[in-house]
Design a protein around this ligand. Sequence first.
Ligand code: NDP
Length: 461
Amino acid sequence: MSERDVDLFVIGAGSGGVRAARIAGGYGARVTIAEEFRVGGTCVIRGCVPKKLYVYASRFPHDFEDAAGYGWALPEPSFDWRRLVANKDKEIARLEAAYAANLEKAGVEIVRSRAVLEDAHTVRLVATGERVRAAHVLIATGAHPTSGAAIPGIEHAISSNEAFDLAELPRHILIQGGGYIALEFACIFAGLGSEVTVVYRGQNILRGFDDDIRAHLRGEMERRGIRIVTERTVTAIEPKGEGYLVRLSGGEAREVDRVMFATGRVPNTAGLGLEAVGVGLHANGGVVVDDYSRTAVPHIYAVGDVTNRVNLTPVAIREGHAFADTVFGGRPTPIDHADIPTAVFTEPEVGTVGLTEAAARAALPAVDVYTAVFRPMRVTMSGRETRMLMKLVVDGSNDRVVGCHIVGHDAGEMIQLVGIAVRMKATKADFDATMAVHPTAAEELVTMRTPTARHRRQAAE
Ligand code: NDP
């Protein structure tokens, strides 16, 4: 068994690990990265990227519908699920190769093996038994889907991992969960032609998002034929014929041919040897780190979903980059997790940044809210029933825009740009002074003049 030394050993070649390895390599560090599955991690292989490809696929029916209003006559369109899966596989393989090539260009050695800590400076490659001595270790192992409580028949439920590669498009799929993944897949499958039922345990989907966004999205999804069953959970899954009988709390049951759970994800920390070397874990399994992503062991760091801070790809990438700058670039760089813009790629899309109306009211004595709900121009000629929602949340004491929430076409694209303004502490007056781009949907953001709500906290007597 050989032994060798590296400056940095990265466990996990997902978004955070790959970025950290490349940047550290660029600073001249000798870097090895280990990956037990495929280079690219959740985002590239079975997350954001294939998801967005499927989102594109699922939206064509609306284009076909709108086209008629603009004078086009199309032959009856048909959809081939297997072709979509095969083309997705090709694109993901291309991206995986590009990721590996970029690592190699930066001088990073890739080892295709699970890696575990044997002691605080020794990593063992499970595939070969080889041991590597590392001056620094970065844990970037991501997270995996969890299906919550063990209910009878839980083995029949798939997660998003399997949903990408089903042999057939489901005729009727039941999805448990009301967060990003449940709702994105609900819209994908509905757009592709499946009957979809969403089962969510709370009162309304997308907990934590602005209440107007939650209500608006729910209405839009229901308008598209997605059944949303709230205040219910799946209690049992029983095989029946070619599909399943799904029992819900409250006594109802649904017959479907697929059941998917999207009930959150848990950090991949098991069996890595972290606790034995003194790395602390939160009760939820996430690695405890400081603002520089450093664990309780000074030369061991962790970035991305394994830390369970803000579980988004761009955040993992930023954390990985900041780690490399801090440790190998001589530039200590803390991460600011405030005002992160994010999108939910439902149909219609959700884009959001900053405070919800409720959070602003809890934090600030004066809050002004500007809301616009309107029919986007694109559908005026096709007659398709859909409404956009735009909402600005403003700090009434200094006019700063502290939150922006959008539901509608290209909300993700818009919120990326609004995110810059919000981070720069733009005021509502700055928004108003910005000339509109006409005719667009986004111009609403700079033309809302009259508050739809003004909240003033009464001073305590
Ligand atoms: P989320 O945390 O977004 O949603 C989990 C959902 O499952 C919630 O509705 C939650 O309910 C529900 N839930 C949790 N446990 C149970 C249970 N035991 N029984 C019934 N329901 C349960 O997780 P996801 O899995 O959807 O996604 C994981 C993370 O990945 C996201 O939080 C996000 O950070 C990231 N992501 C980002 C995307 C993007 O940027 N577009 C796309 C996909 C994922 P409750 O609300 O009541 O807790």
